[in-house]
Design a protein. Structure first.
Length: 128
C-alpha cells in the first residue's frame, strides 16, 4: 500500500492560530506560566481610542519553572518585526529576558521541549 501524500500546500497559519497552539502546548505539555499580552489600542469609556504605550511588546510572556523570564514574538511565515517590536526585544534582552521570534510551534518545542537537555532554554537568540 502506498502512502498518500497531498499535493496541496498547507494553508498558512495566522498568528492568532499559532498563538492559541503555542499557549495550549505550554499549558498542557510543560505547565509553564505563560500569558498573552495585549498591546492594541486602549478603548476609553467614551469610545475614543488612544495608542497603547506598550505597543510592540512581545505576544507571549512567561517564566520557566526555574523562574527564568522569557518573551516570544510570534510571526506568520511572511510577518516582519516592527521597529517598536525590535526595540522591546533589544531592551528585554538587555535585562536578561530570553527573547525569541518564532514562526512555528516546532521552533518553540526545540528550545523549550526537554528541560533535561543541556541546551534547553539557553540564552541563544533566534532572530528574523
Amino acid at each position: 500500500m502506498q502512502d498518500f501524500i497531498s499535493k496541496q500546500k498547507p494553508k498558512p497559519m495566522k498568528e492568532s492560530e499559532l498563538q492559541k497552539l503555542v499557549l495550549s502546548w505550554f499549558d498542557t505539555k510543560l505547565g509553564y506560566f505563560v500569558f498573552r499580552t495585549y498591546t492594541g489600542p486602549i478603548i476609553h469609556r467614551n469610545k475614543t481610542m488612544s495608542p497603547n504605550p506598550q505597543a510592540g511588546f512581545p505576544d507571549l510572556f512567561g517564566f520557566s519553572p526555574k523562574n527564568i523570564p522569557f518573551a516570544i514574538e510570534l510571526k506568520s511565515a511572511t510577518g516582519k518585526l516592527s521597529d517598536k517590536q525590535k526595540v522591546w526585544i533589544k531592551n528585554l534582552r538587555s535585562k536578561g529576558v530570553f527573547c525569541l521570534v518564532a514562526r512555528d510551534l516546532d521552533t518553540i518545542q526545540k528550545l523549550f521541549g526537554d528541560p533535561n537537555d543541556p541546551s534547553h532554554f539557553t540564552h541563544q537568540q533566534i532572530d528574523d
